[in-house]
Design a protein around this ligand. Structure first.
Ligand code: NDP
Length: 261
């Protein structure tokens, strides 16, 4: 099935590892060129050159902190310099939190607001005008099942991901007439290196797999983690013309973890 993504330019925040890297590889396999964004320059450069070599596409890495206005500017300017603009923006950079509402200070709330919401706002402001000139585009937001089904230990994560979902919906309304589709994807458990690292810290070399199985069992549904590739397939489809009637929506890819309709 030709997804008509060849030579499209995709900007992927957090595209240097985990889910973002799997999405990058999925798009590259369809012939899209890439801008991979992360703070760690070495990891970004390495990921970009590996993906470019493997799939024969052009990939550039931009080292930037998207939780800051300057970092977002660097992504916008770097994309303009490398490709003249973008057709696809994947707002994926993000991370879990761990706190109680009683104890977390304003600075922590502000950091996650900047990372999960303002990055998407600033990058839309900087990249969507170029999409309009190119005749259309796609913006995807990687939120989380926690945007609607909160985990008790991460209220800041739950809240800022819920805000990202609403931002996505309102951006979709604003650009629907410009042939730009905007959607949110809410993953469940996805086995990224970060999960493995944390599990090893908690349960050690001998116990980390059982620990992760316990997490999956508690979630229910399929009682397993997704591979990053399983999630990436959905992102790639949503970037393609095959999803041409989909905008302003949220899609769950969670193996049945969501407990409501
Ligand atoms: P990883 O920790 O594996 O990767 C995160 C990526 O984001 C890295 O490339 C990292 O690069 C980048 N990043 C983090 N902070 C910043 C920043 N301030 N500026 C620029 N880049 C940044 O995460 P996952 O792949 O697990 O998660 C990706 C997204 O998916 C997140 O938004 C997460 O909330 C969401 N998600 C993940 C789930 C899971 O089970 N894994 C489930 C549901 C949602 P660097 O550190 O170099 O900056």
């Amino acid at each position: 099935m030709d997804l008509n993504l060849r030579d499209k330019v995709a900007v992927i925040t957090g595209g240097t590892v985990g889910i973002g890297l799997a999405v990058a590889e999925g798009l590259a396999a369809e012939g899209a060129n890439l801008v991979l964004v992360g703070r760690d320059k070495l990891r970004g450069d390495d990921a970009a050159s590996r993906v470019a070599d493997r799939f024969g596409i052009i990939a550039t890495a931009i080292s930037a902190d998207v939780a800051t206005a300057q970092g977002c500017d660097a992504v916008i300017k770097g994309t303009a310099k490398a490709f003249g603009g973008a057709d696809i923006l994947i707002n994926n950079a993000g991370t879990g939190s761990n706190e109680t509402i009683a104890e977390a200070d304003d600075a922590k709330w502000q950091y996650y607001w900047d990372l999960h919401v303002m990055a998407a706002v600033r990058l839309a402001r900087g990249l969507v005008p170029g999409m309009k000139k190119r005749g259309g585009g796609v913006v995807l937001h990687n939120a989380s099942i926690c945007a609607v089904q909160p985990l008790w230990y991460e209220p800041i994560y739950n809240t800022t991901k819920a805000a990202l979902m609403m931002f996505s919906k309102t951006l979709a309304n604003e650009v629907v007439g410009d042939n730009i589709r905007v959607n949110t994807i809410n993953p469940g458990l996805v086995l990224t290196p970060d999960w493995v690292k944390t599990a090893k810290q908690i349960a050690g070399e001998d116990g980390w797999q059982a620990h992760l199985q316990g997490v999956a069992d508690e979630a229910g549904g399929m009682k397993r983690f997704a591979t990053p590739e399983e999630l990436a397939n959905f992102f790639v489809f949503m970037c393609s013309d095959k999803a041409s009637y989909s905008t302003g929506s949220t899609y769950f890819v969670d193996g049945g973890w969501l407990k409501t309709v």
